[in-house]
Design a protein around this ligand. Structure first.
Ligand SMILES: Nc1ncnc2c1ncn2[C@@H]1O[C@H](COP(=O)(O)OP(=O)(O)O)[C@@H](O)[C@H]1O
Ligand SMILES: [Mg+2]
Length: 230
């Protein structure tokens, strides 16, 4: 059985005119099912770039990345969306909910994009919104939800679509400490129960204890790797 994500010598150089920025510089990593990994590092260290490559949104300039054994660095542009759809869900700092859609409709739309429709989709949306404690807010629009509630809708959306890999970029960045912790605990519980592979880019040290493994990134490199003592 292949691992969810394996990278070797992964690098990304942004070329802006004559200026080159090496955002990811030779990263070798493996991510497993059932683990929740924190990717720490200062602003500009390459976290978002690395996460975007892991999520097949961005292509590396060198090195390899495989998703469940499929080498994606050499895939054509037109092949990546299918990999993304099958394997990957994102959670963003800014929630990325559609403002005109209710909590339930936001989840349903994500399910539809993954080909899940009808009663099965309705049941799944309501189940996961219930799991994140929003069973009483199904028909609320994002503007009528707090920041923590909006992020919990995004968590329900990511989990409901059943992708095995969940990538989150600064998911607590717009939340206060209590809501941030709460959201991370929910991600951890739902994700570990379902054996997801979760990678969270963050510089929020307040949530460090939820991670099974912590990576620290500096100037595009992974400089430290720590496993939680158990
Ligand atoms: N689209 C882009 N074009 C050029 N440079 C970029 C682009 N995106 C990010 N960078 C640069 O790459 C480096 C890493 O950025 P980023 O991955 O956003 O780091 P982080 O998420 O850790 O803050 C930074 O120096 C940033 O300025
Ligand atoms: Mg970032």
């Amino acid at each position: 059985m292949s691992l969810p994500i394996v990278t070797k010598g992964l690098s990304k150089v942004y070329a802006e005119g004559s200026v080159e920025v090496t955002a990811v510089a030779g990263v070798d990593l493996e991510f497993r099912e059932g683990e929740i990994v924190g990717l720490f590092g200062p602003s500009g260290s390459g976290k978002t770039t690395l996460l975007s490559i892991l999520g097949c949104i961005l292509r590396p300039t060198a090195g390899s990345i495989s998703i469940y054994g499929q080498e994606t660095s050499t895939m054509g542009e037109h092949e990546l969306p299918a990999v993304r759809r099958q394997y990957i869900s994102f959670i963003f700092q800014g929630f990325n909910l559609f403002p005109a859609l209710t909590a339930r409709e936001n989840v349903l739309l994500a399910l539809k994009l993954k080909g899940i429709i009808g009663e099965a989709a309705d049941e799944r949306a309501d189940f996961f919104l219930g799991e994140v404690g929003l069973g009483h807010r199904l028909d609320f629009l994002p503007r009528d939800l707090s920041g923590g509630q909006k992020q919990r809708v995004a968590v329900a959306r990511a989990l409901a679509s059943d992708a095995p890999i969940i990538l989150a970029d600064e998911p607590t960045g717009n939340l206060d400490q209590e809501n941030g912790r709460n959201v991370m605990e929910i991600i951890r519980k739902l994700a570990t129960d379902r054996r997801k592979c979760v990678v969270v880019a963050t510089h929020d040290n307040r949530i460090e204890e939820v991670f099974d493994r912590t990576l620290i990134m500096e100037d595009g490199r992974i400089v430290t790797q720590r496993f939680k003592e158990s």
